[in-house]
Design a protein around this ligand. Structure first.
Ligand SMILES: Nc1nc2c(ncn2[C@@H]2O[C@H](COP(=O)(O)OP(=O)(O)O)[C@@H](O)[C@H]2O)c(=O)[nH]1
Ligand SMILES: [Mg+2]
Length: 340
């Protein structure tokens, strides 16, 4: 790419994302190793989800999809060939769909490399190329075969600590997870609590509640324990102290707990979700993400951007308010639903 074009593009992306402060300079002069990231095209056509699940996903992504393809068609209007103009417009489309600056630049650079290699790439091929590059990007951080609510066999009870600011959908997501785990045959009897949910009310000490819950889960031989943490985010030190304390207390009962720290993000909050991911990953070791409310936003690109930028797999996505509307994230099905 010519330096001037690059700088122009970079400046645009920079200006369109005032809040994103992550090292943009990383992208100056770095070549993306495209060969290693060849998308697994074949897998895109394998059916992984059931018909019902697929319909739920299609419906949940409808707003994002419609908005994205409207913008995309405007971006290529009157063009037959992917040139610098088209790439500039595409960049705008991706950024305005909340894909995020760094990930957008990555996608654009990859497409640019393909265009340079193939010399003439028609705009009619752009969908296919985008789909492949996005799937390739997602496959860098997760294996992609997930579709069911499963638990590792060697951890019993499996302890999930759920974190995130107020209102993102933690409690709702936990309710759906509990429902799905039970449905997946985790021999759940709510009274005996094979799935134990703790709602930490204001005033009770979160760490001692977590301690009691783990104790009772162990004595009941539960399959999974899901700990709901309070979402008040006073400041980073405060948050770090609180989460560290909860972890330490849990480890008195189960030394390697929590087995999973699930950060819940509201997909409709765009750059705020990126900001929260930054704060929480700095405060504790986040191992997986749940992105909620994708049905309520036209900017579902946040899923692609956040998992790429933070290199944390998206494990669940929320595509509605019903119990069935929490899905195990599968990148192939996601990209497939998005581009079909
Ligand atoms: N449309 C939609 N709403 C959701 C989704 N997940 C959560 N919500 C709603 O978000 C609101 C806040 O959820 P809640 O679980 O109380 O958030 P918490 O404060 O993080 O525990 C509730 O009204 C939920 O119904 C989703 O995937 N789609
Ligand atoms: Mg809550």
């Amino acid at each position: 790419m010519e330096e001037a074009t690059f700088l122009r593009r970079w400046l645009f992306v920079f200006l369109s994302s005032q809040k994103n402060t992550v090292q943009k300079s990383l992208f100056l002069g770095i070549e993306q190793p495209i060969i290693n990231n060849r998308p697994q095209t074949m897998s895109l056509f394998r059916k992984i989800f059931s018909k019902e699940k697929k319909e739920t996903l299609d419906k949940g992504l409808e707003k994002t999809k419609t908005s994205f393809f409207d913008k995309l068609s405007k971006a290529v209007a009157g063009k037959s060939k992917v040139d610098d103009d088209v790439l500039d417009n595409l960049e705008e489309v991706l950024v305005s769909s909340d894909v995020g600056v760094n990930t957008t630049l990555k996608i654009i650079e990859r497409i640019e490399a393909r265009v340079a290699k193939d010399k003439y790439v028609g705009t009619d091929e752009l969908n296919k190329i985008l789909r492949e590059e996005i799937a390739g990007l997602l496959s860098e951080i997760d294996s992609g075969n997930a579709s069911d609510f499963e638990l590792p066999l060697d951890k019993k009870p499996y302890v999930v600590m759920v974190v995130g600011v107020n209102g993102v959908g933690k409690t709702t997501t936990i309710g759906k997870m509990a429902y799905q785990f039970k449905k997946a045959g985790k021999s759940v009897v709510l009274d005996r609590a094979d799935v134990t949910i703790v709602k930490q009310s204001m005033g009770s000490d979160p760490a001692s509640v977590a301690f009691d819950t783990l104790k009772s889960a162990v004595s009941q031989n539960a399959d999974v324990v899901i700990i709901d943490t309070a979402g008040r985010l006073h400041n980073k030190v405060n948050l770090m102290n609180e989460l560290t304390k909860i972890k330490r207390v849990m480890q008195k009962v189960i030394p390697d707990a929590p087995h999973e720290v699930l950060l819940v993000l509201d997909g409709s909050t765009g750059q705020n979700a990126f900001e929260q991911a930054k704060q929480f990953t700095a405060a504790t070791e986040v191992t997986s993400l749940a992105v909620t409310k994708l049905d309520g936003t036209a900017k579902g690109g946040v899923v692609i951007g956040i998992s790429d930028q933070f290199q944390i797999p998206v494990k669940y996505i929320g595509v509605g308010e019903g119990m069935e509307d929490l899905q195990v994230f599968n990148k192939f099905e996601f990209v497939d639903s998005f581009f079909k």
